[in-house]
Design a protein around this ligand. Structure first.
Ligand code: SF4
Length: 301
């Protein structure tokens, strides 16, 4: 069954002139059929320059919207329209505007895990990979950082700027099980623990490094350590095992995102067959959000 789905996806992909982009949190079978697997920043940059006329985005809604913002001339398909992000849903335009009125001199740096209309009201977007660099490049010493409080706190501790941090969180990372991380460390005393900045600060305190997913890939590549405990969404363990078959990886913290697992091979197949669901935005919002998203892609980590 799976082989048949994979071969049908491959032939339809060619027929439709499509490229399949998958986030590193996607299930193994989706990572395996993707043309590119990466973090939000890498996939955004690929979406901006791909020559394919169709982008099949295997991730969650804000990622597909970001691809559409960067490549409005392309058709962007999200195979499961209900693949949302509770972090993105915890912020809205009126609430952000109220915060901006409280701090009129601050520039808003918005984690890309946010709705398109909120991006349109921000100075710049960022990912976990380049959040500090985006903050430092913003022409103000006062920053509103939204919507993830843990990433905002992580960046604020590394910057001299004044921060006003939105009180939102990724439900999957914010409830990371620190006891589970500790147990894994006892089981693998020679391993390094790498955690994502969306995890609580208490996890950073016990970790060897705090990194976004792209940073974790680079860190492992440059390290001589053989075993790693990965404190982010479990799909990343498969990604690292694929990239570094000579190392050992295990998950730490029981971090699982149900929305990232909503895409299936059958849904990709149906999406390519029917050319839906297509991600579309109000053109005014898309154009306004493009400035903030473009700043994100221009700033290197
Ligand atoms: S892991 Fe967290 S931030 Fe990422 S899509 Fe899932 S809920 Fe959203």
């Amino acid at each position: 069954m799976r082989n048949k789905q994979v071969s049908e996806i491959k032939s339809l992909k060619d027929e439709r002139d499509a490229v399949i982009l998958a986030h590193s949190y996607q299930p193994p079978e989706i990572q395996d059929i993707a043309d590119h697997v990466g973090d939000s920043l890498e996939l955004s940059r690929i979406a901006a320059i791909t020559e394919s006329s169709v982008i099949v985005f295997c991730g969650v809604k804000f990622m597909a919207e970001t691809a559409h913002i960067l490549s409005p001339q392309k058709t962007v398909l999200l195979p499961e329209p209900e693949a949302g992000c509770p972090l993105a849903d915890c912020i809205c335009v009126p609430a952000l505007k109220s915060m901006q009125e409280l701090y009129p001199d601050a520039l808003t740096v918005l984690y890309v895990n946010s709705p398109a209309d909120v991006k349109a009201e921000s100075y710049a977007c960022c990912t976990s990979a380049n959040a500090l660099a985006v903050v430092e490049s913003a022409p103000s010493d006062e920053i509103i950082f939204a919507p993830d409080r843990n990433l905002g706190t992580f960046v604020s501790r590394r910057s001299d700027k004044t921060f006003h941090i939105w009180n939102g969180a990724c439900r999957s990372h914010a409830i990371a099980d620190l006891q589970h991380m500790q147990t894994r460390m006892e089981e693998w005393p020679d391993a390094e623990l790498l955690v994502h900045p969306e995890t609580p600060p208490a996890a950073w305190d016990i970790a060897h490094a705090v990194l976004g997913t792209g940073g974790m890939i680079r860190y492992v590549g440059e390290s001589s350590t053989k075993r790693f405990i990965i404190g982010t969404e479990e799909g990343m363990v498969y990604r690292l095992r694929t990239l570094y078959p000579d190392r050992e990886f295990t998950g730490g913290g029981n971090i699982y995102c149900i929305n990232m697992k909503k895409i299936t091979l059958q849904k990709i197949l149906d999406s390519l067959r029917n050319m839906e669901p297509i991600i579309e935005l109000d053109p005014r919002i898309r154009k306004k959000a493009n400035a903030a998203v473009a700043r994100m892609t221009e700033v290197t980590e």
